[in-house]
Design a protein around this ligand. Structure first.
Ligand SMILES: [Zn+2]
Length: 125
């Protein structure tokens, strides 16, 4: 019986280990923590409080507007904030004592802001 013993050290081609740098992925997380916290303000008790919904203008439009259910007449009122340029200024413009459409003054406080669906809402000014 022929035995064939193959015993020979074969040098396997050693690849020089390529420099695979550890790519440190830097994940940047923007903490856009928008809280709709209505600040605890001193409410003038003589005016009924109305919670206002604020609406962002459509892309290309500029006018913010708001709507609320009137605490006086129980109907819905709405208004425009022509001077507002962003959410902050719109909030600042609508908050406070206003004359309701039906006559008496009401205290408006922004409850929720409805924004458009545009991701990031980065509008080129
Ligand atoms: Zn009213």
């Amino acid at each position: 019986m022929p035995r064939n013993e193959k015993s020979g050290p074969r040098a396997t081609g050693n690849r020089s280990s390529t420099h695979q740098g550890t790519n440190d992925t830097l994940t940047v997380q923007r903490a856009t923590d928008e809280r709709h916290a209505v600040e605890q303000m001193e409410l003038p008790t003589r005016y009924p409080l109305a919670r206002v919904s604020l609406y962002e203008p459509h892309a290309g439009r500029r006018t913010w507007w708001f709507a609320y259910r009137c605490p006086v007449c129980s109907y819905g009122h709405r208004g425009e904030l022509r001077r507002a340029t962003d959410e902050e200024s719109a909030k600042a413009a609508v908050q406070g004592v206003r004359r309701a459409r039906c006559g008496p003054r009401v205290w408006l406080a922004v409850g929720k802001t409805y924004r458009g669906a545009a991701a990031g809402s980065e509008v080129a000014a």
